[in-house]
Design a protein around this ligand. Structure first.
Ligand code: UN1
Length: 520
């Protein structure tokens, strides 16, 4: 079984390990070891020490933004297809390190191998996507109301992009932002979760190694500042950070958005989800059950797209419940490095305590535990020192207060409905609006769900679970989820500034709206 020491050399991390300490900042390719109090790092699988992080302070944040601004000034003038070539090389390097990067993700997050590799695959996919995009950063030409005039729309590089990412997708979410930002001609300063600093160092090392072969790409294009929420707030407040893209809790997003808004900066938010699936009497129950189990229990319920609420029609509720209970009983919980494991540990003790408290609250609100919910004792494939749970399935009499909250743990609330309209109303009744799904073989039911009066979420799927979106679509959601869109479709426009140009090819100077000004 591998441990961190097996991954340090293949991931190019040895250059930065000093005794047992890791740098809290990589500025212009150089590691910084701030004298701030260190933060002990532990593996969620078994509590093994991963050394200490020396977190960045306001000083490192300011320095990294300054260097990124300088790098941006050079990079914005490099032709976009050449910028795409850099991203192509990054993608090739990621392919070569896919397995070891995934192993590090497993060690820092507790994800099983297949999901960790899927996460690295998202980085590879977004590189391919960004490469194609590098030849398609197009604007419009628009008819002018004036003779011999033309309107053009151009998209130009934006500036320094700050990326704040969460522990649960320690590479993919940064990659969606950073690869697009680079192709769009920007420099990036990354503040990853304090729970996954080594994955961030490994990703940064890979990009810096690739940059070395690009004389026209300055090392300052990718900067890294690590630490707790205060580091993210320094980034959000810095007037030289043109766009702050933040992924994480609603509380974090609110603080970041307010700090950015106070200086009239731009923010792109992808915050909490409280995702529901509706199962109608016309559903293929076998397919629905499989999709539900992956969405609710996969990643130990720690995706922003995880399924948390299940709205099942009365007619099929008993049958589906039975299938789910059976499937849940077969979920193997344990060390995510074991090939048979499907459910790894929760990220830390606090996550386990929160889950237990929420289950007690759900019980008070009338919830009835159908299976799971309890911590798993060490032994066999379950190492001591981690926080393992059996995913919980609860029957709720209605959508009570606790169901309105996003608990970052594998808890699925099952509720029954009679009319589809009521189920859609329940889907939309929470403050978050990220992902949603309907399971039905009826075209009309599906049409209502994805129509204008249907699901109010950014993602609305038919016969597909709420999690595991592809990178080609725009990713994000409405209401308290923050409204931002990352990754595919036209999300690239977030990372550029639009300039409208009016061109006069003639000798006269007609004014718009027919205005006359000057001698008659
Ligand atoms: C997240 O949990 O913040 O759709 C992102 C999914 C993944 C990304 C999740 N592609 O589940």
């Amino acid at each position: 079984m591998y441990t961190l020491s097996d991954l340090i050399a293949p991931l190019g991390l040895a250059r930065w390990q000093q005794a047992d300490c890791w740098p809290g900042a990589i500025i212009d390719g150089i590691a910084h070891y701030p004298s701030s109090p260190s933060q002990a790092l532990h593996c969620p699988i078994d509590g093994a020490s991963h050394g200490d992080l020396l977190p960045a302070s306001a000083v490192e944040v300011k320095a990294s933004v300054g260097c990124a601004s300088v790098a941006f000034e050079a990079w914005r003038c490099v032709p976009a297809p050449r910028r795409g070539e850099l991203v192509r090389h990054i993608g090739e390097a990621v392919r070569a390190r896919k397995r070891v990067l995934a192993q590090l993700i497993t060690l820092e997050t507790g994800k099983i191998a297949s999901e960790a590799e899927g996460e690295v695959q998202e980085w590879i996919d977004i590189c391919d996507y960004a490469l194609g995009l590098s030849r398609q950063l197009y604007g419009l030409t628009i008819a002018s109301e004036r003779p011999q005039h033309r309107l053009l729309e151009q998209w130009h590089p934006l500036g320094v992009v700050g990326v704040i990412s969460a522990f649960n997708f320690p590479i993919a979410v940064w990659a969606w932002n950073a690869m697009l930002a680079l192709v769009c001609g920007n420099a990036v300063v990354w503040k990853p979760s304090e729970k996954t600093p080594l994955t961030a160092l490994a990703a940064t090392a890979l990009v810096l190694d690739t940059l070395r072969d690009f004389a026209d790409a300055p090392a300052g294009l990718v900067q890294l500042v690590q630490g707790n929420a205060s580091v993210g707030l320094h980034l959000a407040r810095d007037p030289h950070v043109t766009l702050v893209s933040a992924t994480g809790s609603v509380t974090m997003g609110r603080a970041v958005a307010q700090a950015v808004a106070a200086r009239l900066g731009r923010s792109l938010l992808e915050l909490g989800g409280n995702n529901a699936a509706i199962v109608t009497p016309n559903a293929d129950l076998e397919l629905a059950a499989r999709a539900i189990v992956f969405a609710a229990a996969g990643t130990c319920g720690q995706r922003c797209t995880s399924l948390r609420r299940l709205l099942v029609h009365e007619e099929v509720a008993d049958a589906l419940q039975e299938k789910l209970v059976t499937a849940y009983q077969h979920l193997s919980v344990g060390d995510p490095r074991q090939p048979t494991t499907l459910i790894g540990p929760l990220i830390d003790a606090a996550a386990l305590a929160r889950m237990q408290a929420v289950l007690i609250q759900a019980h008070k609100e009338g919830g009835h535990l159908l299976c799971g919910g309890s911590p798993v004792r060490a032994g066999g494939h379950v190492p001591a020192g981690g926080h393992y749970v059996h995913p919980a399935l609860l029957a709720m009499p209605e959508q009570t207060d606790v169901v309105h909250e996003e608990t970052f743990a594998p808890i699925l609330y099952l509720m029954r409905y009679e009319r589809l309209d009521d189920a859609i109303a329940l889907n939309n009744a929470v403050s978050q609006g990220l992902s949603s799904a309907i399971f039905t073989t009826d075209l009309r039911e599906a049409g209502v769900f994805i129509g204008p009066a249907g699901s109010d979420c950014g993602l609305a799927n038919v016969n597909v679970g709420t999690s595991g979106a592809e990178i080609g679509g725009a990713f994000g959601g409405e209401k308290n989820t923050g409204g931002g869109r990352e990754s595919g479709s036209d999300a690239w426009k977030n990372y550029m500034r639009r300039a409208t140009n009016t061109l006069n090819d003639g000798n006269a100077l007609p004014l718009a709206q027919g205005i006359r000004f000057g001698p008659a």
